[in-house]
Design a protein around this ligand. Structure first.
Ligand SMILES: Nc1ncnc2c1ncn2[C@@H]1O[C@@H]2COP(=O)(O)O[C@H]2[C@H]1O
Length: 567
């Protein structure tokens, strides 16, 4: 009741149609319904905002407005003509009198189209009134034409706006490169980079497109747009929604060309990267050995920004194979978010610790793999335990196995670790041997498993000694024994070893399980350690701040005192 629209609606609903009963049909009585045109405009507005094809909608509505204007103008022309025009009917079409209603309507419409599109070629006016009417029509047509042109230009511009902006940027860069005499190969690289950008993104700055949105909406969009990638990223799985939002908001897209180094070993890490598209290689110091290949969903650079490696430095170099589309997260942003989400921090650090352990082992694994490809048992367990931590069995291998009496597995190329075990065996100094080995087993991850077995137990003893052979065999292989020497030994009489194959496998399985549990413990301990370290550092910083504050206060007091004494 209080709104204006209520009264407008009432006006529209006035039952003027009943007047037809007395005065007959007169379409002008229906013109009151036009007051509700504001509803049509609101509809057009809303549709323009909601549609995914705004330019198509704008073109259609422009044509629609034109047709309506021509129609109304044609109606006006017809009314004038029907009421005997401006004294004569010379300025209308000759056969208008004889034509049926549809033809008359079309003639009126045609006349108006000629007039309003300023095409002209109208029947020549005679009287003053006719002249004035036609002049007014042509002027109106001129304005209408200009407006239409403006609208069409706008539509065309907005259709190609992205392309124009992109082209302008590219032209700018090209001019710069020409002026600064950038080498040709680099110019080609830059232009190819632009090509890739245009093909994949159709826009030079994705961030700018959504920059006006509030952070929450931006995060939602980013999460949705990059959901597939983010889902694959380990650190984003099962995390708090808020943490993901905060992090995603800070991600920036970056594009690397083929062969580009994203980070180099030894550099101070300032950013972490998530692979959105493309392929990257983690390479060793020589730049040739590929330690790992990273694909969409992988991330790297976390070790340095979490200060896990050496003094925040990158632990490896990462190179782009083709074009790669990455998200980058700066160290500062990462820490800003982690401050608010300590649980996520602990999780992230735990993952990083595990990964760091894995990376450290990777070169060893590769080395072991490269040296002995032909021994199944060795391949299975390759590099699981660092060489220097290999455990030497306290049991005399010769007594446990007939094969060992005459043939030492390790004799051809003794390794430092193996020779220690052998030494004890050959010298028959069993006490000494046991002492040595026991001492060794204290810091060996395998010792716990093995010590669980009693050396008195004959059932346990056989597999253990066999396993000992296998494990020591593994050592020797890893520490320099060649595949040839292994093959030679097998051909010389290694058949009994095959008899204990199952026992060996069981032992390997047990050792692996133990190793995994040790690794997990290790990761948990590292996390705790990091947390404590962080707390200590934090506390230290607080104390330093307090001390600084106190000293500055005392210096102010001193100054005051000095001032007073001077006075
Ligand atoms: N063997 C590997 N496999 C996969 N990724 C690795 C490997 N070694 C290093 N990285 C990643 O490469 C990154 C180099 O920088 P950071 O040391 O910060 O973090 C490192 C890891 O994320």
């Amino acid at each position: 009741m209080n709104s204006t629209t209520f009264y407008i609606d009432c006006l529209c609903l006035l039952p003027l149609d009943f007047l037809y009963l007395s005065i007959g049909f007169n379409s002008i009585l229906r013109s009151f319904r036009l007051v509700k045109i504001y509803r049509f405009w609101a509809f057009m507005d809303r549709t323009e905002r909601h549609t995914n094809y705004p330019n198509l909608f704008r073109s259609t509505s422009l044509i629609h407005y034109l047709l309506v204007i021509f129609h109304w103008n044609g109606c006006l022309y017809h009314i004038i003509y029907k009421n005997n025009g401006f004294g004569s009917k010379n300025w209308v079409f000759n056969d208008s009198e004889t034509a049926d209603v549809v033809k008359q309507y079309l003639q009126s419409y045609y006349w108006c189209t000629l007039a309003l599109t300023t095409i002209g070629d109208l029947p020549r006016p005679r009287s003053k009134g006719e002249y004035l009417f036609v002049i007014a029509q042509l002027l109106f047509g001129l304005l209408l034409f200009a407006t239409v042109l403006g609208h069409v230009a706008n539509i065309v511009t907005s259709v190609s706006a992205a392309r124009k902006e992109f082209q302008a940027k590219l032209d700018g860069v090209k001019t710069y490169m020409r002026m600064r005499r950038v080498p040709n190969h680099l110019q080609v690289k830059v232009i190819k980079w632009f090509d890739y950008l245009w093909l994949t993104q159709k826009c030079s700055d994705e961030e700018k497109a959504v920059s006006c949105l509030p952070d929450k909406l931006k995060a939602e969009i980013a999460i949705n747009v990059h959901l597939d990638t983010l889902r694959r990223v380990e650190i984003f799985q099962n995390t708090e929604a808020g943490f993901l939002c905060e992090l995603v908001l800070r991600l920036r897209p970056v594009l690397f060309s083929p062969g580009d180094y994203i980070c180099r070993k030894g550099e101070v890490g300032k950013e972490m990267y998530i692979v959105n598209r493309g392929r990257l290689q983690v390479v060793a110091d020589n730049g040739k050995t590929v330690l790992a290949t990273l694909k969409a969903g992988s991330y790297f650079g976390e070790i340095s920004i979490l200060n896990m490696g050496t003094a925040g430095k990158e632990c490896a170099s990462v190179r782009s194979v083709g074009y790669s589309d990455l998200f980058v997260l700066s160290k500062k942003d990462m820490w800003d978010v982690l401050k608010e989400y300590p649980a996520a921090r602990v999780r992230l650090e735990a993952i990083a610790v595990k990964r760091l352990e894995k990376y450290k082992r990777a070169p060893l694994e590769k080395a072991a793999m490269g040296r002995c490809q032909s021994t199944p048992g060795l391949i299975e367990s390759r590099g699981r335990v660092p060489l220097e931590e290999m455990w030497i069995s306290p049991i005399d291998v010769r007594s446990a196995h007939p094969y060992s009496a005459g043939h030492s597995l390790f004799s051809p190329t003794p390794s430092p670790v193996t020779s220690r075990g052998q030494q004890s065996g050959h010298s028959n100094n069993n006490n000494n041997t046991n002492n040595n080995n026991n001492t060794r087993s204290m810091d060996s991850p395998m010792s716990a498993t093995s010590s669980g077995q009693s050396s008195e137990d004959p059932t346990a003893r056989a597999p253990q000694s066999a396993a000992t052979q296998a494990s020591t065999g593994r050592q020797s292989t890893q520490s320099g024994m060649t595949c040839n020497s292994m093959t030679q030994l097998m051909s010389e009489g290694a058949t009994p070893l095959l008899g204990t194959h199952e026992a060996l496998l069981a032992e390997i399985k047990r050792l692996r399980e133990r190793l995994i549990s040790l690794e997990t413990e290790n990761a948990a301990m590292s996390v705790k350690l990091n947390q404590q370290q962080w707390e200590v550092e934090h506390r230290l910083a607080e104390i330093e701040m307090q001390i600084c504050g106190a000293s500055s206060t005392s210096s102010i007091e001193d100054n005051e005192r000095n001032r007073e004494s001077i006075i």
